[in-house]
Design a protein around this ligand. Structure first.
Ligand SMILES: [Zn+2]
Length: 131
């Protein structure tokens, strides 16, 4: 599942959605806040332009919501169900998790969003590997 050719590979690793060769982001570490959402203009392998149209990644906000919800389930289960913490404590656990995971959620949302519109191209990937 986590190898080239699968969308999950591009989504989880932030790779170019068309060739899966290089990272879309200028820095690998999402916690370097000044460059968390900074994208390369084009893929150096297949020349895909990441910003498909102006404000393209605004749409990733729709995706970040369910991803954020998914990130709140573990702290809820751990604090409220397993540790029997109060609702206020659970709220702070969830809020803290969301704040800490914000760079990851933002990048994941962008990766999912661009993968809705760009599919893996085996020919492009193969051509680049042989060259
Ligand atoms: Zn590419």
């Amino acid at each position: 599942m986590l190898k080239k050719g699968y969308k999950l590979y591009s989504v989880l690793l932030g790779k170019c959605p068309r060739c899966h060769e290089e990272s879309m982001y200028t820095t690998k570490n999402p916690y370097k806040i000044s460059t968390t959402l900074k994208l390369n203009d084009n893929c150096s392998s297949c020349n895909l332009k990441y910003q498909i149209e102006p404000s393209f990644f605004y749409g990733s906000m729709y995706v970040s919501y369910p991803i954020g919800i998914a990130f709140t389930v573990p702290p809820f289960v751990i604090s409220h169900v397993l540790l029997k913490a109060s609702l206020l404590t659970t709220f702070f656990a969830i809020t803290g998790t969301l704040i800490i995971c914000l760079p990851l959620i933002a990048r994941l949302a962008r990766n999912v969003w661009i993968n809705f519109f760009v599919n893996f191209d085996k020919e492009v990937s193969k051509k680049n590997n042989n060259a």
